[in-house]
Design a protein around this ligand. Sequence first.
Ligand SMILES: [Mn+2]
Length: 607
Amino acid sequence: MADLPVMLGPRRTWSLAPRAPVSPQLADAAHSLGIPERLLHVLLTRGCDTPEALRSFLGDPVRALHDPALLPDAAAFRDRLVLARSRGERIMVYGDFDADGLTALALMVLALRAFGLEVEPYVPTRLADGHGLSIPAVERALEAGCGVIVTVDCGTSSTDEVATASERGIDVLVTDHHHVPDRAPGAAALVNPHRADASYPDSRLTGAGVAFKLAQLLLAGEPPTRDAWLDLADLAAIGTVADVAPLVGENRGIVRLGLDRIHTSPRPGIAALLAAAGLPRERLDADAISFAVAPRLNAAGRVGDVTLAARLLLATDAAEAEGLAARLEEANRTRRDLTASAVAEARDVVGDPGEAPAVVVAGEWPVGLIGLIAGRLSDTLRRPAVVFSTVVDPWRGSARAPTGTLDLAAAFAACQRHFLRFGGHPEAAGCDLLPGAFDRFRSDFISQAASAPRRPAVADLVVDVALPAADVDYGLLGELARLEPVGVGNLAPVVAVLGATVTRVRAASNGHCQMTVSKGREVLDVIAFGRGDLVASVGQGDRVDIVARLATRRFGGFESLQLELVDIATAGLWQPAAVPERHEPGTAGPPAPAQHPALVAAPEIAS
Ligand SMILES: [Mn+2]
């Protein structure tokens, strides 16, 4: 009996964005920016559909920046600092202990010093200060004789603390990007692009982004340091990527400027941090900031000396920076070890979660780690997780939920009778628990999770370019590299390599799979992380469609192209050629279909 051919189905639903028409003006702009047609179509699907948007995306990154004077209270902020400078007043800059807050703090300190002010940095601690302006900081400002406190990445919710500072004769200039509550603080300035009355063109700035804009406001045109503000873009870029802001619009401009600065002339603290972490600074990208730089800056706020990271960012001397970077590297190792053992402990406490809609655990873990533990539990168990630290009184809780499972902000609001205080976003939230309320909170939270509407966890896979293996070359790699920096809001591009013939398949270590597909007379390497299953389901001579990220691989002094597999299916199951052209109303061509038919692999074919 003949073997039936085995079909390999895709794991996700692939879709190719429809091709939008290109106006003559857009074609001209693309030509002047050296954008080939293939890349132009990718950019169109990412919303770059006007000449201005194209220039902002790929042209001089300074063009992507807006006028900082448009920020609400920009004039009040500047005027108060001009007054402080004329009076010789000292300024306290009050930050936050995460990577956005720390970079914002360093950035604002450097900007105010360049503006001619005497500055006292204050790094809050998770325990003594918490998020937002703290009373201990106000007292410290009084002791240090500061007439003004400038907050960065926080302060919008610190209504009472701002009032206390004003009563004691200190003006507070709040600079922040967090949600503005109904009862906003009566600060001397509230610079926050999320204010209801704000007319700023792009509200997606982070704390470090807002600080960068204010550095631009203060220092642009200020002799003799004309471009001193641009030199601070590295700090703004790190804060922007670390705070998971979308890398589009002004944020993209900031990150491009900052990466450029890091590649060419990093400040001593950044150079030392990268060297200690073993990261080549010439190739640092947004990805490396989020997986290597941000966790190291955050480590200081979680274990050890909270001021370490801020001192490193502010270091002016290479030797001093190296010493601080070595200590930060040590703190990061400790953080990793503590996290690994705490996650293992928390996993033990959970045991077999069965069908439980959420997990809630408490243990003697450091407050600085509970967010990481909750994140790990929610990732591995694919459900909301709340983790409490019992080493503080009241117990401190931190919650994480996989995208689309449960709105934590809403769930915590529904459980608020158990809390002393709480706050958060749909995917991350925190709280202080009333003594003895743990069991009641747990059952309430789990019933919230049980009744929450479920949304599918796996998103469609949007293919940027579909082409045969023969067309995968360095030219394509170079074109796609122009989308960098990629990350949230501007995802790493994926290509669909269609009708490729497999020439070799073998198992690689750690459950990965390596294969090659033919590319004319040559072969193209494919690495499939975590897809050891393909060794059994794909054979030599099979024709497949592969969705992958295009990368280069360095091995033994040689560099070659490599496909990093995202998904794979038997060739021909997916038919991107069936995509109709999309026509805008008013342009020549057939009328637009009422709704673009989503491309899906034939559902009846199973692997
Ligand atoms: Mn922030």
